[in-house]
Design a protein around this ligand. Structure first.
Ligand code: C2E
Ligand code: MG
Ligand code: MG
Ligand code: MG
Length: 285
């Protein structure tokens, strides 16, 4: 009956309730059933380089009954229960299918998709094989796939992280360090990682105009990234003033509500269609 009533469904995902083991077990069962019943959908948030669309970030949504559940409400439970493995695999396959479809048309062949990968997926012994298989099974162009990782999952065991990333870089897959600036990366470790992109965390962008510390931080991250030969992209861009500051600081790539919210694929394609110029994302370093 929860599915018929948005209110009580939402209640299941209250983080406080999640502390409760039986509530978590229920959420786990719901995620499993949701996978079987195709309740998960991918939303796509456009990414631009100045005024050109270069690709999108893939963001998972769960249509559970009447409500759209956001990833913050279920990813950590999926992660704790290992359900993130089938769920994450599904996300990867869907994204690769989309890339294969885009590759068929010259207007969309340059577009990239960025996929978020959780710590458990990344550390799994089959991680590299899983990605290689998703690419092979779908015929996706590996160069258009970007995997988003976060700092915390890289530095625990940096040697094995380097090995995993390198193995997939050899296929052409790109790697972005998501939410950059929030973790504790040492610069020497950071240099060892064969990444292709830094993504500046939304929290630094938010008050860029009013907070001199954040503004300096953003500028430092941009120069750091560029000095390492990486692409730099900002997330959470909501205003023209933020864009002006980014351009002035040398960062030409961003995503955020100002350009477009995460949206169904048909909406994204329409948005891009309405836009005349398509740009080439540029070869990954
Ligand atoms: P993230 O990867 O850092 O994704 C960016 C989040 O910021 C998204 O939240 C997006 O909707 C939101 N966002 C984008 N632009 C703006 C903006 O201009 N303003 C504001 N206020 N927010 C903006 P979302 O979709 O709720 O995802 C939350 C987190 O859940 C993601 O953070 C990511 O860590 C995780 N996640 C999402 N999809 C997946 C997935 O398929 N697999 C895994 N493992 N994690 C995922
Ligand atoms: Mg992300
Ligand atoms: Mg992010
Ligand atoms: Mg973030």
């Amino acid at each position: 009956q929860a599915a018929q009533n948005g209110q009580s469904t939402v209640h299941f995902f209250d983080p406080q309730t999640q502390e409760n083991a039986s509530a978590r077990a229920l959420l786990e069962r719901n995620i499993k059933a949701g996978l079987a019943m195709s309740e998960f959908v991918l939303y796509y948030q456009p990414q631009v380089e100045k005024s050109n669309f270069i690709g999108a970030e893939v963001l998972l949504r769960w249509r559970h009954g009447e409500v759209f559940v956001s990833p913050d409400k279920f990813i950590s439970t999926a992660e704790q229960s290992n359900l993130i493995l089938p769920l994450g695999n599904w996300v990867l396959h869907q994204a690769c299918k989309q890339l294969a479809q885009w590759a068929e048309r010259s207007e969309t062949a340059h577009l990239t998709l960025s996929v978020n990968i959780s710590p458990k997926q990344f550390k799994h012994a089959q991680f590299v094989d899983t990605v290689v298989q998703a690419i092979a099974n779908t015929g996706a162009p590996a160069r258009q796939l970007i995997i988003e990782l976060t700092e915390s999952m890289l530095f625990e065991d940096i040697d094995s992280a380097i090995a995993r990333i390198s193995a997939l870089r050899a296929h052409g897959v790109g790697f972005s360090l998501d939410d950059f600036g929030m973790g504790y990366s040492s610069l020497s470790d950071l240099q060892r990682l064969p990444l292709t992109e830094l993504k500046i965390d939304r929290s630094f962008i938010r008050d860029i105009q009013h907070n001199a510390h954040d503004a300096r931080m953003v500028r430092s991250i941009i120069s750091l990234g560029h000095s390492m030969g990486l692409q730099v992209i900002a997330e959470g861009v909501e205003t023209q003033a933020q864009i002006d500051y980014l351009i002035d600081s040398g960062c030409m790539r961003w995503q955020g509500y100002f350009i477009g919210k995460p949206q169904p694929i048909a909406h994204l394609e329409q948005l891009m269609q309405e836009h005349i110029t398509f740009s080439f994302r540029g070869s990954q370093p």
